[in-house]
Structures are given as structure tokens and as C-alpha cells.
Write a protein that binds this ligand. Structure first.
Ligand code: FES
Length: 229
């Protein structure tokens, strides 16, 4: 997967001016009016924000330098993994789309080019865009770190308020007491404690209004309350 530095075509040790300069160049090239695309434009912008906020680690340093779960102990003996599941050491790039805008645009979840249409649909950044998820960060935590108010209630796997649908990529949920197997098969997952296991994800968020989730929702709903004010 391209790192944010690769996206901007700058060295990881580039200074602020070089990064700004590279961003200005790349964002021009990526603009749909100059031969780019809305999707590429979003990607360049997300890369710049990631670097600017100090969140973009150089490949291999992305998990905070604790070295993951395997390796050699100081005495040279191989250690057993501390966890059964491998930890990711790389960020995951997420392309997201708000389920609530589908109807307004006449789009359907099964549209093959749904995300292409969304990328070219002139949507607000709240409704469509891309961001990076850090290793060991849940999808919901990453969305919040980027300033988005995605829905949730319990944050503990006991409701479907934070549900998303994965359309591309893979995510593993640590605690899920609520989604039945048939919904998991359709791509439903919980964003509050789900962590990406692929380099890239395409997700529909805010799917809690789907009829099949109605009985699995839990009041109170802080996201709705905040947005109803
Ligand atoms: S917020 Fe309840 S399971 Fe995620």
C-alpha cells in the first residue's frame, strides 16, 4: 500500500516546506479538472492531513516501535507470539461512504461502481472520503480522530448502532455479541471495536437505519442526539 509520503511523492524526512510544495503540486494534478479524479483528489488530501497531523509513520515504524508480536528475545531465543492474532504493523486506508446519502442520489449498495459515483458525486467530506487507520486502532476511533462523528452507543459489542458494511477488504471485530452470522456474511461489522486486517477497506457507515438492524439498536444514541440539536 502507498504510504502518505508515497502519495505526495516526498521523502519521509522532507521538511514542512517541501511537504507543502509537494502537496500543492499533487493536489493540482489530482484535481478532476486537470486530469485527475475525485477519488485521487481525496487520497492526496487525506495523505497531506495525515502527514501534517504527525500521524504518518514511515513504513516499519507504524506500530509505535514495539516491534509486533514475534521476534527474538535478548538472549537470541525465539519468543512465542503473545497473542493468537497477528497485529498489523501498517496503516489501513479506508474509503468511506455515508449510507444515508444513497437514496438521495438513487444509488444502491449493489451498484458495482458505487464508490466511483460517490467520489464524483460532489459529496461533503463527512459523507465520502478517505482516511488512514493506525495499527491497533478501531475504525470508529480512527473516524473520530479525523473529526467525524460516526454513530455508536455502547462501544462494547452489544448493539448495532456502530454497524458498518464492508464492501472491500477485511476487518476483524474483537467483541460482537449482537450480529448474527447471516449479517456477518453480508459484510456487516461493528466499527467500535473492529480493526482492519487488510491494507485497504471500502465501508458504508451509518447503516443503522437499515430495517434489519432496527431491533439490534441500543438507546441512547449519542450521535443522533448530537445531530438532532
Ligand atoms: S457501539 Fe455498540 S457495539 Fe459498537
Amino acid at each position: 500500500m502507498e504510504s502518505p509520503f508515497d502519495v505526495l511523492s516526498v521523502a519521509p524526512d522532507a521538511d514542512e516546506e517541501e511537504i507543502k510544495e509537494a502537496y500543492r503540486e499533487r493536489i493540482k494534478e489530482a484535481h478532476p479538472d486537470h486530469g485527475g479524479s475525485a477519488r485521487e483528489f481525496q487520497l492526496v488530501r487525506a495523505a497531506y492531513e495525515e502527514i501534517k497531523n504527525g500521524d504518518a509513520a514511515v513504513d516499519g515504524e507504524a506500530d509505535g516501535g514495539d516491534g509486533g508480536i514475534t521476534g527474538e528475545a535478548a538472549d537470541g531465543e525465539a519468543r512465542e507470539p503473545e497473542r493468537e492474532e497477528p497485529r498489523r504493523t501498517q496503516r489501513c486506508r479506508v474509503e468511506y461512504l455515508n449510507y444515508e446519502v444513497l437514496d438521495d442520489h438513487g444509488w444502491d449498495i449493489d451498484d458495482e461502481d458505487l464508490f466511483e459515483e460517490a467520489a464524483n458525486g460532489g459529496l461533503d467530506r463527512e459523507d465520502y472520503g478517505q482516511f488512514w487507520v493506525r495499527p491497533r486502532e478501531s475504525l470508529l476511533e480512527a473516524a473520530e480522530r479525523h473529526g467525524f462523528a460516526w454513530p455508536f452507543a455502547c462501544r462494547g459489542g452489544a448493539c448495532a448502532n456502530c454497524a458498518i458494511i464492508i464492501l472491500e477488504g477485511e476487518m476483524r471485530t474483537r467483541v460482537d455479541h449482537v450480529l448474527p452470522p447471516e449479517m456477518l456474511d453480508k459484510g456487516f461489522q461493528l466499527s467500535c471495536n473492529g480493526m482492519p486486517v487488510s491494507d485497504e477497506l471500502q465501508v458504508l457507515y451509518n447503516v443503522k437505519h437499515m430495517p434489519e438492524l432496527e431491533e439490534l439498536l441500543l438507546p441512547p444514541r449519542p450521535w443522533e442526539q448530537a445531530h438532532d440539536d
